[in-house]
Design a protein around this ligand. Structure first.
Ligand code: FAD
Length: 322
């Protein structure tokens, strides 16, 4: 009856946000008097798997099939269902990211489970199994009660502060018999993002919009990001115009990020942009138009020309660090 949680890794290194998913599953396990079991797919060392005990997993099931190093949604579903059957799991947790969004609904359909996508709270068991999630691009919240026997939850990253313990999980190999169709998609090429800081995991993000005027000014964004140890992001028109690569585009049709600090430079603050960033803990907006809508969502705002403000801000950060 263990709570099952799918853990992701990159080249054998567990993603920080997966620790959050494990902690989330462990908290539900605690509240429901059971244990948390992590499922890890692909090539990864045992000591990395054991470290999941630090976040509350008692057991780790490892499917050591190197084909699972790339996302094969159907194979992931087969592995999750095999693990859920083995553990008798009625609650399955994964991240609300590209993998989770591809896998969770398929698992929910196969197991006839109710599902909450993008959980922002632990289930309120006093009211049933009620979970808070954002709707309408973060403009409102819904409180969803999952009444089915089996429950699938995808968890929004950066929503639950991570507390590291000192547990060590027991690692067990799990053999899964995959069907012909499980690997029906062939991954031909993987383009790795080689930025200094990965945007998905970044605590600090400096982001530019059309107000930056052109790609020739992006050095100003990068200089500030470098001084802060931040990742860089951009609005959609900036990526569409080819000023920046598409993997940096955040918003409704781009990535969703929840950093501790989001600095938006020359971005108007359209609802489609806010959808990807309004979970940030602190938002700083730099815009020359005092009426720019982004100021309404900002904790701090600077009205002025970004091309003048950015070099001064970078200098100030340098001096502060010295
Ligand atoms: P603009 O709206 O042109 O704003 C530029 C801002 O820069 C202005 O506020 C201006 O005052 C300021 N500025 C200009 N010069 C300076 C200067 N020198 N110094 C400081 N500030 C300056 N957008 C996204 O970002 N992400 C999405 O995922 C996304 N998805 C979409 C999905 C749909 C279905 C649709 C219809 C739209 C989507 N959009 C998305 C587009 C979105 O509606 C906005 O058009 C877009 O976010 C605007 O980008 P921007 O703020 O960079 O540009």
């Amino acid at each position: 009856m263990s709570v099952l949680v799918l853990v992701e890794h990159t080249d054998g290194n567990i993603k920080k946000k997966s620790f959050e998913a494990v902690q989330y599953a462990a908290e539900i396990a605690k509240q429901t008097n059971t244990t948390a079991t992590a499922l890890v797919l692909g090539t990864i060392a045992d000591n990395e798997l054991e470290s999941l005990g630090n976040y509350g997993a008692q057991k780790v099931l490892h499917v050591a099939d190197d084909r699972l190093n790339d996302l094969h949604a159907r194979a992931y579903v087969s592995a999750l269902i095999a693990a859920a059957q083995k553990e008798g799991s009625k609650i399955i947790v994964m991240l609300h990211d590209i993998n989770g969004k591809a896998v969770a609904p398929r698992v929910a359909i196969k197991l006839k489970a109710g599902m909450v996508a993008g959980a922002l709270s632990y289930p309120d068991l006093a009211k049933g199994f009620v979970i808070k999630k954002a709707v309408y691009s973060g403009k409102a919240f819904a409180f969803v009660n999952i009444t089915s026997d089996v429950k699938v939850i995808t968890v929004m990253a950066n929503s639950f502060p991570l507390v590291q313990g000192d547990g060590k999980a027991a690692v067990e190999k799990l053999n899964v018999t995959f069907g012909d169709k499980d690997f029906g998609i062939k991954v031909k090429e993987v383009n790795k993002v080689t930025g200094e800081v990965s945007l998905a995991d970044a605590e600090l993000v400096v982001s530019g919009g059309r107000g930056m005027k052109g790609p020739e000014n992006w050095g100003l964004i990068e200089d500030l990001a470098k001084e802060l140890g931040a990742a860089t992001a951009c609005s959609r028109p900036v990526a569409d115009a080819g000023w920046r690569p598409h993997h940096e585009h955040v918003g409704q049709t781009g990535g969703t990020i929840r950093p501790n600090l989001y600095i938006a430079v020359g971005i108007s603050g359209a609802i489609q942009h806010l959808a990807g960033v309004n979970g940030s803990k602190v938002i700083v907006v730099i815009n020359k138009d005092p009426e720019a809508p982004f100021f309404k969502a900002a904790n701090y705002g600077v009205v002025g020309d970004a091309l003048e403000i950015l070099p001064r801000l970078t200098e100030a950060v340098k001096k502060f660090k010295a």
